[in-house]
Design a protein around this ligand. Sequence first.
Ligand SMILES: [Ca+2]
Length: 503
Amino acid sequence: MKPNLITTLTAGLVASTAATATTLPAATQPPQRPNVVIFLTDDQSWADTSVFGSPDMPTPNMKRLAQNGMTFNRAYVASPSCAPSRAALLTGLWPARNGAMFNHQYPERAAKKWPDYFKELGYEVVAIGKVAHYAQVQRYDFDHSSHFTYHQDICIDEAIKWLSARKSAKPLCFMVGTNWPHVPWPKEGILDPAKVHLPPMLVDTPETRNAWSRYAAAIANADRDLGKVYDATRKILGEDTFFLFTADHGAQFPFHKWNCYNGGLRTPLIVSWPGHVAKNTRTDALVSWIDILPTALEVTGATPPPVAVKKGAIDGRSFLPVLRGETTAHRDTIHATHSGDGRMNEYPIRAAIEGRYKYIRNLAPGAEFHSHVDMAENSNAYWPSWPQKAKTDAKASATVARYFHRPAEELYDIEADPYDLNNLVNDPASAAILASLRVKVDAWMESIGDKGLPTEREFKQAKFQADQQQNAKKQNTKKQDGRKQDGKKKNAKKKNAKKQNDN
Ligand SMILES: [Ca+2]
């Protein structure tokens, strides 16, 4: 069944197109393209699921999904913050090529996007919950999108309601995103703070332990949501459903989100597709979030766009052969980029991962690193406990210093050092791989027209202008609403006066 999938589906499509004018009896209906379900969690680091051995994070549904499909040990997002990560997923293009490099930035209108591809194939394409960056989803032209505002946590039940009531006979591409485990985490944690297992790059304080316990509660919510959507889609759409779960980037802890360390870039990715993907398997194939769109397209029987830096081509490559067990390798090298939001967080980074190594280039190493973690008041109650402990504790002091000040280059053996603690840039034994990855990052940046800091400035300017237009639009709408309200008040006054006169 496996090797002939595409032929079968393509033949099915041709027959299906020819059959649309004259409806065939049910028994002779050609096979439909498979339904595709993409489920996203928000701000979940790769390590924070029992699938990757976490002793703290209760994720029975993620584990159940892993038992029914393939888990990727080396999956990475293209950028460690919401908007650029999701824009890369939804376009198959690197951030510098799709227009969304900064957080909260929207990809260019001209860029072909996920719904465009699937509509061309006859799919109904739907996004419920946080799929793009919140309300940005409205500009992606899905057939239906809803419940995408900040922590609109009813989105999962609403997605299932929508699916249960669906009447369309079209194949469905159903994208559902929970806002969990994004902050604000539940007020009550679910772990005993004394017994939590903090990752080694965090400063161990009672406040951090409490935050970790609350993050675990948020992870439990994300896992519950995954379970609901997984069960409902299998029940309603049937077993021949391609189901992919992943997270947009890591958690809101230092050295996680907004960083190119593993806590930010490396992501859980699990795919189940009964009859096509072997159960309970793991792969070391190196894959990127930009590869998910072409993979999903190939799953439908379509030929994904070519991989090239030109119009009509994308950067992502399908990893369907890995899923079918035809190969164990995908990419040799993966890249990633981070810019920031230009407000609380701006720290341009480029990165490459190859084999067991990760190379990070900080484009402005003289600048201090900041993020919501240390800048946003009240959102991270644990942060003040870090500089406080640093006053008397050498390890905490080194961690806090490392948080604010980064060297120009970093190199990690991520197999031996998955938490990116030991920078090998000055290690003579790593000189060859360092030189090689430097060249690869240069070549990659050049190939996509990324000039480093000048490109950062261009994107920031574009974001600034787009923000201004958006604000002007909001102000206008407010004024118009105000005028309408004034008009209503005047009318009501007139009516009232008339009433009183009538009396
Ligand atoms: Ca996110």
